[in-house]
Ligand binder design. Structure first.
Ligand code: SF4
Length: 483
């Protein structure tokens, strides 16, 4: 689908919003041509400053409805012009499709940042709701959810000292590759011989961070991939390295994302526990064996029950579980099955993902030949999952969105009051640095409330090891940069 836009500076926002209405379509933004279904003209085309005057005109020539908007404006800043363009475009898209979006014109990853900022400015909930609904056209339900989560996040953040950081270590190996995967992941069987070399490279990055910070991390998160694809000895060595090289006295949370049940053994869990890592994830994604086979997970629901039992017997009292809503072929019956299994497993936190189908994932190709497996009413299924999470005594504490999410929804982390994932909140609110080591990881330096810069490591494992000096140099440049 083509959209003509005379202002390249707004391409990203226009693209995201049109895509939210037409998730199946390729959206092409172009600044020339005729006959496109939507045409947007912003005057001036590249608005700058705090006192911009001009107009926005949007037409939809092919629409049988009268879908067009024109508005003149004055005394707006560039972000306000952007929001105006998105509101007018939303109105046109609504006229054409007769659909609304739960998050209105909000297309960013972190919608909770808006109410968080307003809470910090002293606004009450009614004023925040009014602002979100008038500026972003958000629906009642999502507005209330965002405000509720912002309050919880704030309580968690208020306990964190400023100037801190979280340590993230990426282990990019998995037992097999899930069909929907868009993370950095390689089958462990093909890399077994090189895992030790990989860990040596990771330690070199950790050395850099240990030398850079004069205090220990607020939280440590070992993610991936699947960290429990490492052997007990490799795990023990890595976790011990963190303890030996970082002051852990300020650390409020240590997580190992065990992830795949088919990689978890009692011995590994004991190692994790012995090193003081007391939060783990066991992620089934679904408790439906047929779907597990379909998405290439190669473990069963029985493996999930067994992993939970082992983890509880080892003494873990903070276990997170991830599930995905919108998996192929999963309707109400299958989701009900997963939720009822969650009720018997009783995880301490439950992260509910709304399926995001990224282009790169093999799922996309798969689905193009199996249209009948597409799930239509993700919203209803998400509502069921959220209700079930609250029914388990868990409350929502963080939320994020991704591009191209099923039903334009979100991922929500629910947890017991004493089991909120601190790392998750810190990374969402971008209030402190992320010191990340490993292939495909992203470090972030927070300079001030609205200014942060990131540096990426290459995703390819072999390249990461070969170019480890360059990865460290990238970090030196970012972290030694002046304010
Ligand atoms: S377990 Fe996670 S990281 Fe590994 S292949 Fe599956 S989705 Fe990707």
């Amino acid at each position: 689908m083509q959209v003509i836009l005379n202002s390249p500076g707004f391409s990203y926002d226009v693209h995201s919003l049109v895509k939210a209405f037409y998730p199946e379509e390729d959206i092409v933004i172009t600044d020339e041509g005729t006959g496109a279904p939507i045409s947007i003209r912003i005057d001036p085309a590249d608005p700058a400053g705090d006192d911009i005057r001009g107009s926005v005109s949007i037409t939809a020539p092919q629409s049988r409805d009268v879908a067009a908007r024109f508005e003149e404006f004055s005394h707006l800043s560039r972000p306000e012009v952007k929001n105006l363009v998105k509101r007018l475009l939303y109105a046109v898209l609504f006229d054409i499709t007769h659909r609304t979006l739960p998050w209105g014109t909000m297309t960013g990853i972190r919608p909770v940042k808006v109410p968080m900022k307003l809470i910090r400015q002293g606004c009450d909930d009614a004023a925040i709701k009014d602002y979100m609904q008038s500026v972003y056209l958000t629906g009642d339900e999502k507005t209330d959810l965002a405000i509720e989560i912002a309050h919880t996040e704030k309580k968690i953040l208020d306990l964190t000292e400023p100037g801190g950081y979280s340590l993230y270590i990426g282990i990019p190996f998995c037992p097999t590759t899930c069909m929907y995967c868009s993370f950095t992941s390689y089958p462990i069987a093909s890399w077994k011989e090189r895992v030790d070399d990989y860990l040596l490279a990771v330690k070199r990055e950790l050395d850099f961070f240990a030398g850079y910070y004069d205090r220990g991390p607020d939280s440590v998160y070992i993610g991936g991939g699947t960290p429990t694809t490492l052997s007990p000895k490799q795990l023990s060595d890595l976790l011990g390295y963190v303890e030996d090289n970082f002051d852990m006295s300020l650390c409020r949370e240590r997580t190992v994302e065990a992830g795949r049940p088919d990689s978890i053994t009692k011995e590994k869990l004991c190692v994790i526990k012995e090193h003081g890592f007391d939060r783990i994830s066991i992620n089934p994604q679904t408790m439906n064996d047929k779907t597990l086979r379909l998405i290439g997970r190669r473990h069963t629901t029985d493996d999930v029950y067994a992993a939970f039992e082992t983890a509880r017997s080892v003494g873990f009292s903070n276990i997170n579980t991830d599930i995905i809503i919108g998996l192929p072929g999963e309707g109400e019956k299958e989701v009900e099955g997963t939720l009822s299994a969650m009720s018997s497993l009783s995880p301490d936190s439950l992260t509910i993902h709304s399926m995001a189908i990224k282009r790169a994932a093999a799922m996309n190709d798969f689905l193009s030949g199996h249209g009948q497996l597409r799930v239509k009413d993700t919203k209803k299924l998400m509502d069921m999952a959220e209700e079930a999470a609250r029914g388990l005594g868990l409350m929502p504490y963080y939320l994020y969105r991704q591009k191209n999410m099923s039903g334009n929804l979100e991922n929500i982390g629910f947890a017991r009051k004493d089991c909120f994932g601190i790392y998750n909140v810190l990374i969402m609110e971008e209030v402190s640095d992320i010191a990340a080591a490993g292939a495909g990881t992203i470090s972030k330096r927070v300079f001030s409330q609205d200014r942060y810069e990131r540096c990426d490591n290459v995703k390819d494992v072999a390249m990461y090891m070969d170019r480890i000096d360059e990865m460290i140099d990238r970090k030196k440049k970012l972290f030694n940069k002046g304010e």
